[in-house]
Design a protein around this ligand. Structure first.
Ligand code: NDP
Length: 452
């Protein structure tokens, strides 16, 4: 590593020794910045990287709520406001028992450069809680969301910080939080994105991350004279991103044979058709059921329960392309080796940081095209940015218009990251391309704004 990047990384290791996910995100990023640091002496002089790894503000708070038995429950809430260099803080809220400060900071850090890549004026942030929505009644989720917003509302605003959804936060949770914000502040403003269509939401926002992932992957494949048509794909997860990834892959002529949740995976060799996908959407979004039920409903489907001690069997199925859409570090070294062994040609990261550092090295070392999350899943936040624009203008754009904008943003991201890869690293090193292209704009803004 270069002296400058090494010093920044050592500082992170020393200041945040327990924040493994944050360290991982910073490490991967600095590896790319290493390649341009000599060309940018002002970055070192003005300590741009040192500032980038320190959130502008970190908010942690108590979230008390009453369960259906009348008992008091307490969770911890977070909002990491990482960078407002290029716009108001923007990034999702995650509700999952694994949430901690390290995960919040890694997500917020990634978000800064992802948002920069969209070309829209959005800074980066992330938040959430260790609250587990699984198995909770609607009334419990509502009481939790109201309590969460009762603290969060004072830190956010349409020109300050605009949260959205992430794992465990979909339309239901955003609705409850928006209702509480409005009630406390007496303001109907675009303070959250991912809202329902009846109260300021944008067309295509639920679809945007999955669709965007497929648009970017398609652009990368076309750049290599390859295509999705007739190809077999692996998708992990079965939530928002996974569902709309499958939908768009089907539309573009590919066949998806897997889905999963935290309990296990299904393998449907005949393909997850639009009809079967409709069943999954109802199962996961309405009934809040488990993916295992898919194997009980359809013939010829294999269900394999998850064993965290073993490599994930989902990544050991012969296919052409793979789309991890569940969570961080879901592709480890052995999984990457299996993907390579099975002839996977492209991995499109729907989830944030789904590949470990080792896994990423193995994939790229074996010429697998890797579409990194910062670029590949930026479609969600891009359409969130479009939702903010529609809210400010008190307008609603048609599905066609938003989809067209999304497609053009993803094509533009492809152009920017591939050009940056060729110029500063190697052709098709989209990890370097995304890190460098995302970094350039944020660092220029920071230089212009002085020491803040
Ligand atoms: P959802 O909550 O809708 O779905 C998450 C899916 O991943 C579920 O199937 C869930 O299973 C599974 N999952 C979660 N944690 C684990 C785990 N530890 N091990 C195995 N499976 C797990 O979330 P999203 O689809 O919104 O998010 C998925 C990923 O995409 C995340 O990394 C998120 O940060 C990223 N992302 C999401 C965006 C969005 O717009 N929603 C935007 C950009 C990125 P189970 O049901 O059992 O919990």
């Amino acid at each position: 590593m270069h002296d400058v990047t090494e010093r920044v990384y050592e500082h992170v290791l020393k200041t945040d020794p327990d924040q493994k996910e944050f360290q991982q995100a910073v490490y991967t990023f600095l590896q790319s910045i290493d390649k341009i640091i000599d060309e940018l002496p002002e970055v070192a002089y003005h300590k741009i990287l040192d500032r980038m790894v320190e959130p502008e503000r970190t908010i942690m708070f108590r979230v008390p709520w009453i369960d259906d038995e009348g008992k008091l429950q307490i969770n911890r809430g977070y909002r990491v406001e990482m960078s407002s260099a290029i716009g108001p803080y923007k990034g999702g809220l995650r509700l999952h028992p694994s949430v901690n400060l390290s995960i919040m900071k890694f997500l917020a850090f990634e978000q800064v450069f992802k948002n920069s890549l969209t070309g829209l004026p959005m800074g980066g942030g992330k938040g959430g809680s260790d609250f587990n929505p699984k198995g909770k009644s609607d009334a419990e989720v509502m009481r939790f969301c109201q309590s969460f917003m009762t603290e969060l509302y004072r830190h956010i605003g349409p020109d300050t910080d605009v949260p959205a959804g992430d794992i465990g936060v979909g339309g239901r949770e955003i609705g409850f939080m928006f209702g509480q914000y409005k009630r406390i502040t007496n303001k109907f403003v675009g303070v959250l994105t991912g809202k329902g269509m009846d109260f300021g939401g944008s067309n295509i926002r639920p679809e945007a991350t999955g669709y965007g992932l497929v648009y970017l992957s398609d652009a990368i494949l076309r750049g290599e004279k390859m295509s999705l048509e007739g190809k077999t794909c692996l998708v992990s997860g079965s939530g928002n991103v996974a569902q709309f990834t499958v939908e768009k892959l089907n539309e573009l002529g590919a066949k998806v044979v897997t889905l999963s949740d935290s309990s296990g995976m299904i393998y449907d060799e005949s393909g997850i058709t639009p009809e079967k996908l409709a069943y999954v959407k109802n199962l996961k979004n309405v009934k809040r059921g488990r993916i295992k039920e898919y194997a009980e409903k359809y013939n010829g489907v294999e269900y394999i329960a998850r064993n965290p001690e073993e490599p994930n069997p989902l990544w050991n199925i012969k296919a052409d392309y793979a789309f991890p859409c569940a969570t961080q570090n879901e592709i480890l070294k052995a999984d990457a080796e299996n993907l390579v062994k099975n002839g996977i040609r492209l991995v499109g990261e729907g989830a944030n940081m789904p590949c470990s550092v080792e896994a990423e090295g193995i994939l790229m070392g074996n010429n697998v095209l890797l579409a990194p999350a910062k670029a590949a899943n930026a479609g969600g936040v891009a359409v969130s940015g479009l939702e903010m624009a529609q809210n400010s203008a008190r307008m609603t754009w048609t599905r066609e218009k938003v989809d067209q904008e999304l497609r053009s943003i993803m094509n533009n991201i492809y152009k920017n990251i591939s050009e940056a890869a060729e110029r500063y690293s190697t052709k098709n090193n989209f990890v370097d391309g995304a890190n460098i292209a995302g970094f350039m704009k944020v660092s220029r803004a920071m230089l212009a704004e002085g020491y803040v």
